[in-house]
Ligand binder design. Structure first.
Ligand code: LLP
Length: 420
């Protein structure tokens, strides 16, 4: 059996499913995202197993990587989706996902997006404010169509993660304060075209302390029970995503802690449980290959300047996020040196790693930026009029192009010079 993921072959070159990454680089160029289907599948099965005792369902948070090919693959594993825009919803429908497996979340759904989602008969809409509810009532009344509504609750919980990806505290824009839930649930229940479905929570991303998840889930359960005692129907509990990924050791999470807390809380209950993993499902399945286009020695620094930039992977500069970076070809005879690995973009913040120890590298050699499968290509931009990266999927020991990078011409041609 093949070893899982991106591994060294006998010549110390990186390979995946018996395909040399050097071969992929020659075929597709750089920067290049490569995704390994086996890591996604293995991780999916682990999450599935963890929530099996409570009969939980996976709704992949498409925002982590919304490549059509990837959504299709994950959908065919059995997953539903958590989407946050009409675009993500259309992508899921395009690959044939059952609308009854799609949850529409998000703090700023526009009325045209809500109308579209309702017309497609999706599973549920997670609402985040009373104002959104009023819009939904107007739309369902106009269309004379039903919608299943869950309330995303703000439980005022500190997720102990980077502040830019914390969504659970009272001052964040997300969710409906738990204090307002009974009133708003009451409005949903009494609205002609709305079905009160349940409650949802998502307190943030890249969380490792499962006690915080346990606290949030318990409070959600108590809130649900309270509503039920007061005569309201609450069937669905959506526990969100946020499960932390080990970017240092690049190990697949066993989700044992998730299993423990969900089993403890929900095994003897009558709720339909769902989770919305994004990062934890796809982060370690992807790498970003980049070519060293220049090396530069200054008085204090040793730079490797590469052809990918913050326009391809913004996480290091945006969240100070760590990504392991390794040479495509490992050469044990070379000394290690301390370098800054930076992109070509005209910003000092355009870096992938600072003061990182790596074997001596030269111009025209390649590096692999690991764990780039989640929140990598989806957060791309064309800053500095730079094209994005191509994306390749490895499935069954074969490579498939998922996305061809836009040419510079295409970027330029998408703009209009006004005739003034
Ligand atoms: N459900 C909801 C409602 C969400 O807002 C999110 C992520 C998820 C599920 C999935 O969370 P995950 O399992 O991926 O942690 N760009 C940031 C992460 C932003 C997460 C946004 N919401 C990063 O690169 O770290």
């Amino acid at each position: 059996m093949n070893k899982l993921g991106f591994v060294r072959d006998l010549d110390n070159n990186l390979s995946v499913q018996n395909i040399s990454v050097n071969y992929l680089v020659k075929k597709y160029g750089t920067p290049l995202f490569i995704y390994d289907s086996k890591i996604i599948e293995t991780t999916y099965q682990k999450i599935n197993k963890a929530i099996k005792p409570v009969n939980g369902k996976i709704h992949y948070a498409v925002k982590a990587n919304d490549n059509l090919g990837l959504i299709k693959f994950i959908s065919e594993l059995g997953s539903g989706a958590d989407v946050v825009s009409i675009g993500e919803l259309q992508k899921c429908l395009k690959v044939g996902m059952d609308p009854k497996k799609i949850i529409f979340s998000g703090v700023g759904k526009d009325v045209n997006e809500i109308e579209y989602a309702i017309s497609k008969n999706i599973k549920q809409i997670n609402i985040e404010s009373k104002e959104e509810l009023v819009d939904i009532i107007d739309i369902t009344t106009k269309l004379k169509k039903n919608a299943n509504i869950a309330l995303r609750v703000n439980l005022d919980i500190n997720a102990q993660t980077h502040k830019k990806i914390s969504t659970g505290d009272e001052n964040s824009k997300f969710g409906i304060s738990f204090k307002d839930v009974p009133d708003i649930y009451n409005i949903v229940t009494n609205s002609e075209y709305l079905t009160p479905f349940g409650l949802a929570v998502h307190i943030g991303s890249q969380i490792f302390n499962y006690k915080i998840f346990a606290k949030a889930y318990k409070q959600l359960k108590n809130l649900a029970k309270n509503l039920i005692e007061n005569g309201f129907p609450v069937k669905y509990l959506d526990l969100g995503g946020g499960f932390g990924v080990d970017y240092k050791n690049i190990l697949i999470n066993d989700f044992k802690e998730l299993k423990k807390i969900t089993t403890n809380l929900f095994i003897n209950e009558n709720f339909d449980i769902s989770v919305e993993p994004g990062r934890s499902l796809v982060a370690n399945s992807g790498i970003l290959i980049t070519k060293i286009i220049r090396t530069k020695l200054t008085k204090k620094k040793n730079f490797l300047i590469v052809d990918a930039g913050m326009n391809n992977l913004i996480r290091p500069t945006l969240y100070n996020a760590f990504h392991e970076i390794i040479p495509l070809s490992l050469n044990n005879d070379r000394e290690c040196e301390q370098v800054d690995i930076v992109g070509p973009i005209c910003e000092t913040g355009d870096f992938f790693a600072l003061n990182r120890k790596i074997q001596k590298m030269y111009k025209n050699e390649f590096l692999a930026i690991m764990s780039a499968g989640a929140y990598g290509s989806v957060m791309k931009s064309n800053y500095n009029t730079r094209p994005d990266a191509s994306e390749v999927f490895i499935y069954n020991n074969k490579d498939y192009l998922l996305k061809k990078k836009h040419s510079v011409e295409k970027i330029i041609n998408s703009e209009i010079i006004p005739k003034i």
